[in-house]
Design a protein around this ligand. Structure first.
Ligand SMILES: [Zn+2]
Ligand SMILES: [Zn+2]
Length: 130
C-alpha cells in the first residue's frame, strides 16, 4: 500500500476528503460490466451511516438495470399468479373441448380431465377448486 515516488514531499496533507471524513474515493470493478466505477467518499460515508459492511458491487447503471430486472421478474410472477393459463384444446381421446392450465407441447396428446384420470389413475391432479 505504499505510494510510488515516495521521495517527493507528502502531497496529501491538505486533501479535503481525508480531512472531512477519513474516506477517499475508491475504484471498484463492477461485477456485471467489469468496468471500474468510483465509490465516492460521500457514498462510503453513507454506507457507514447505514451500517452497510460491504461495498457496492455494481456501477450505477448496472445496479439500476439489476433492480429493473428484479422488478420485472416480480411483476411477471405476480401477474402469472393472477392470470391462470387456460388453453382451449380438444381431448385426444373423446374429442371433447376442454381447457388445460398449461401450454401443451406440439405433437403431445392432451386429454380432458376424465380421460386423463382414466389413463393415469394414480396421478390425481391437484384440485384446488373443491
Ligand atoms: Zn457495471
Ligand atoms: Zn376425453
Amino acid at each position: 500500500m505504499s505510494e510510488s515516488g515516495s521521495d517527493g514531499p507528502a502531497q496529501f496533507e491538505n486533501d479535503p476528503l481525508r480531512d472531512a471524513n477519513g474516506f477517499e474515493d475508491k475504484e471498484i470493478d463492477c461485477v456485471d460490466c467489469g468496468k471500474p466505477f468510483v465509490w465516492t467518499a460521500g457514498e462510503q460515508l453513507f454506507f457507514r451511516d447505514k451500517g452497510l459492511k460491504h461495498p457496492p458491487k455494481r456501477c450505477k447503471p448496472c445496479k439500476k438495470a439489476k433492480n429493473e430486472r428484479l422488478e420485472a421478474v416480480i411483476k411477471a410472477q405476480e401477474e402469472g399468479v393472477k392470470q391462470r393459463v387456460e388453453v382451449l384444446v380438444h381431448c385426444a381421446k373423446c374429442g371433447v373441448q376442454t381447457t388445460v392450465p398449461f401450454y401443451p407441447s406440439q405433437g403431445r396428446p392432451v386429454y380432458c380431465r376424465s380421460c386423463f384420470l382414466e389413463k393415469n389413475p394414480e396421478t390425481l391432479p391437484k384440485d384446488d377448486e373443491s
